[in-house]
Design a protein around this ligand. Structure first.
Ligand SMILES: [Cu+2]
Length: 699
């Protein structure tokens, strides 16, 4: 009993010590090199192509999967959910094996070309988009010619250029075509040179697209002209066949200085790397640090902290016995390589690697022999996911959490990110990867500047599409220990246009005689969903003129009639009118011209009083007024009619020139007949004749 009771504590102690040693040897390096593990479930189709989508799931495109036996009846794609640990597969309607895949700004993977026939391989001209919301493929417009092994590249304006690939008759496609979702494919533009298959292309902040290999001569494409130029020659003398190429992380801290790094390649392969710096007056390739092993059919994955994992491949192409299982971690800040541990399975031709939203790296596939592929999948947890506790034991690092982030951000604008961490030092967008054949056609890292407040950050989005093409990105924040959050997906797009309206007046000019009226139509045209109420005012009217609007306001869209009235006294002239339309803080103006003309020269005649009563043998006096208008200066001859007998009449002034008055005197003689007489006083000036009436009563 005592013996037994004494031995039990001993065995427990041994077990604990053994566990510590085991865990120590397994993870003591994890905070320095990271940690590799193998997923407990296989990949059921050959993962030749993979793209991380906006929902965090990975689209796997296999097509015939490098097996001609599958070509007629077994064309597959799949969706891997890394969080749920599930893989679903579906059929595809044509062979997307050997396509080029990028993700459109709207989040749909775009499958460019594929396999039209095996042995010899001919290229598909078809293209399809995959909708991650419905998990369906839809064909879109075909290219002018086929492409087998093309490289598509998303440009700064969201268009997709494609280069290379074998045509439907098996030759190399030596044209560039550019796809726009709204309008389809451009006409092909000849390159003037023959690119290799799966050329390695990077959109630079300049808006130009850099071709980094596999050949020793590098080139630049200018999408604005369609022209090509040579840029430099690699120090490695051969072709870096199935090496890889990475646009190193961009940052506002150095004004988005661009460097491209190329790794490995060749057969037998090289462990060398080279870097080209586009801020140099004459960019040229310079050696970078060597990897720990040579690699052909390798992968390179950008991590949220800016480091690059170089992994997989082999010394000799498609030779698993020379597989390079040691992974390397390149640090651009120090220009050094360090160990990223070692993965377990040979990953050669048709292997793929992706940064996942949880900041781990997925490594899958490998297909050096037709009809078989590596079904295991491995996960690499980089060193930033580990730390040491107070006793020096390696333990998982506490990760910062993005509590909230907007789903959409726009170029150059700020946005708010809430975190639970007080010590965020880095915020970065990483474009989800889309690797195939040793090159990721999509991955891109763009750091962002930010300010911090209590629990929140105000982050400034990248300034332009050439720095970060439109589309979905993983947003990571990193704390002061370099530990990344799990990513939030954000869509980067042009800022939506604010609702607004425009105005116009028709006709642009109206002419009116002083004293009469005219009108204009004043229209309100909405844009971007404007539905406000617009009121009107006008300035620039001459004296005596007035306007009214009918209706007095317009909501969203419509026309108001602007009526202008004038008086005879309104001065003639040309008047520029400014019509102002106001809806809240939105103010727009339109111009119109009002021309006021005089009518023909004329005069008016008045008499006062309208009636006089006199006795016989006495006189009445009437004042006759002549008023000139529109510059009348003529002589007005005055006459009077309607007088009875035995009366005399006289005008004090006759004729009257222009405006003036004349006194009409009427004398009733002693025997003048009594009665009431209507008198008509007439003024005559040439053809202008105007009359006025008054009354004379003789008693
Ligand atoms: Cu292939």
């Amino acid at each position: 009993m005592t013996h037994a009771s004494g031995s039990r504590p001993f065995s427990v102690v041994v077990l604990i010590v053994a566990t510590l040693i085991l865990s120590g040897s397994a993870v003591s390096q994890a905070n320095l090199q990271g940690q590799w593990s193998t997923l407990p479930y296989p990949m059921p189709i050959n993962p030749v192509h993979a793209a991380l989508m906006k929902n965090g799931k990975v689209l796997i495109v296999s097509g015939s999967g490098n097996d001609p036996a599958n070509f007629t009846n077994f064309l597959k794609a799949g969706i891997w959910d890394p969080v749920a640990g599930t893989i679903t597969t579906q059929n595809v309607s044509w062979d997307m094996f050997c396509n080029g895949m990028v993700v459109l700004p709207d989040g749909r993977p775009f499958i460019n070309g594929g396999t039209l026939q095996y042995d010899p391989f001919h290229g598909e001209s078809r293209n399809a988009v995959f909708d991650p919301d419905t998990n369906t493929f839809t064909n879109v417009g075909s290219m002018a010619h086929g492409r087998w092994y093309p490289t598509p590249t998303v440009l700064g304006d969201g268009r997709v250029m494609t280069l290379s690939g074998l045509t439907e008759t098996g030759g190399t496609n030596t044209t560039v075509e550019i796809y726009k979702v709204e309008t389809g494919w451009s006409a092909p533009t000849p390159t003037g040179w023959t690119p290799p298959l799966y050329p390695r292309m990077h959109l630079l902040p300049s808006g130009k697209v850099f071709y980094s290999g596999s050949t020793a001569t590098s080139r630049m494409f200018d999408p604005s002209t369609g022209g090509w130029s040579t840029v430099g020659t690699t120090r490695y003398s051969g072709s870096r066949t199935y090496g890889t190429s990475v646009l190193l992380p961009l940052s506002p801290a150095n004004n988005y200085a661009a460097k491209v790094m190329i790794f490995g390649g060749g057969n037998p392969s090289t462990a060398t790397t080279e870097v080209i710096d586009f801020t140099a007056p004459t960019p040229a390739w310079n050696w970078g640090p060597n990897m720990s092993q040579p690699r052909i059919e390798m992968s390179g994955v950008i991590l949220p902290n800016g480091k690059v994992v170089a992994l997989g491949g082999s010394l000799n192409d498609e030779d698993t016995s020379t597989a390079s299982l040691n992974a390397d971690l390149f640090d651009p800040a120090t220009n050094t390589m360090s160990s990223a541990g070692a993965n377990a399975y040979a990953r050669l031709y048709h292997s793929v690697a992706l940064l996942l939203p949880d900041a781990t790296v997925w490594f899958a596939g490998g297909n050096p022999m037709r009809g078989a592929y590596e079904q295991t999948m491995e996960i690499y947890k980089p060193p930033y996911l580990f730390t040491t506790d107070g006793s020096g034991n390696v333990v998982p690092a506490i990760r910062p959490t993005i509590v909230s982030a907007p789903s959409t951000i726009s170029y150059g604008n700020t946005f708010t990110v809430q975190t639970d961490a007080p010590d965020i030092v880095h915020a970065v967008l990483i474009r989800p990867g889309s690797p195939t054949h040793a090159f990721d056609q999509e991955q891109r890292s763009v750091a962002m500047s930010f300010t911090t407040g209590a629990g929140s950050m105000t982050v400034t989005a990248p300034p332009s599409g050439n720095i970060a093409p439109p589309g979905y990105y993983m947003l990571f924040v990193l704390n002061s220990a370099g530990v990344p959050s799990i990513a939030s997906f954000v869509q980067l797009a042009e800022a939506p246009s604010a609702p607004d309206f425009s105005v116009g007046a028709t006709p642009s000019s109206q002419s009116v005689i002083a004293g009469s009226g005219t009108s204009y139509n004043f229209s309100v045209t909405p844009s971007n969903g404007f539905n406000g109420t617009v009121g009107f005012s006008v300035s620039g009217l001459p004296a005596g003129a007035s306007v009214s609007f009918n209706p007095t306001s317009v909501t969203a869209s419509g026309t108001s009639v602007m009526s202008v009235s004038t008086q005879a006294s309104t001065p003639t002239g040309t008047y520029p009118l400014t019509i102002t339309a106001t809806s809240g803080s939105l103010v727009h103006t339109a111009s119109a011209t009002l021309v006021i003309t005089g009518g023909p020269a004329n005069f008016a005649i008045l008499v006062s009083p309208s009636s006089q009563t006199i006795q016989r043998n006495s006189s009445a006096k009437y004042q006759v007024s002549i008023t000139a208008s529109n510059g009348f200066t003529g002589s007005v001859q005055l006459t009077v009619s309607g007088l009875p007998a035995r009366t005399n009449r006289s005008f004090s002034t006759n004729p009257v020139s222009g405006s003036g008055t004349s006194m009409l005197s009427i004398k009733a003689l002693p025997k003048a007949p009594t009665g009431t007489y209507n008198l008509t006083i007439t003024g005559t000036s040439g053809s202008l004749v105007h009359s006025v009436s008054t009354t004379l009563v003789i008693q």
